[in-house]
Design a protein around this ligand. Structure first.
Ligand code: SF4
Length: 157
């Protein structure tokens, strides 16, 4: 819902902090997810993620969440699904050229990112969409990514 989506951007700092804590819990449960099997937990976790993020961000379950970098404004709500900034057709009042009843998701992303302390990650270039991940859980993907990163860092040292 658009009103809730705008509310979430206004609370970007709080929601980023909350997500970091939540991710810590998910990571702490990594051994449990491994024991149960990531394939088995994917379905129930995806269901929860879809509903929670659907309500707060109009999430489209792209499977590669960028909310933390985009001030809690989901770039998949852009009619052109642009993940690296606005298209150039943004109206002078900040509204979308395709859907003038909403503000450009990137105008919102900038607003949200300004509320997040030390946030420069909106400037990072994001990879193109991997459509194979669509419909899958970004939460679980992040846990696995962090585990792999820790493993390789340990192997390098
Ligand atoms: S970036 Fe992807 S996973 Fe994150 S809220 Fe948007 S559609 Fe959902």
């Amino acid at each position: 819902m658009y009103v809730v989506r705008k509310w979430s951007v206004s609370r970007a700092r709080f929601l980023v902090g909350l997500y970091q804590k939540f991710e810590g819990v998910l990571r702490a449960l990594d051994a449990l997810w491994l024991k149960i099997g990531y394939d088995r937990v994917e379905k129930p976790i995806t269901f929860i993620e879809k509903n929670v993020k659907g309500l707060l961000f109009d999430c489209k379950m792209c499977g590669q969440c960028s909310l933390r970098d985009t001030g809690m404004s989901c770039p998949m709500n852009c009619p052109k699904e642009l993940r690296n900034g606005p298209c150039g057709g943004v109206r002078s009042d900040g509204r979308c050229e395709v859907k003038p009843d909403m503000r450009c998701v990137w105008v919102e992303a900038y607003r949200g990112s300004q509320l997040v302390e030390n946030s420069k990650s909106i400037l990072f270039v994001r990879f193109p969409m991997d459509y194979r991940l669509r419909g899958r859980s970004s939460w679980l993907r992040e846990v696995r990514k962090q585990r792999d990163k820790a493993f390789y860092e340990q192997a390098d040292s």
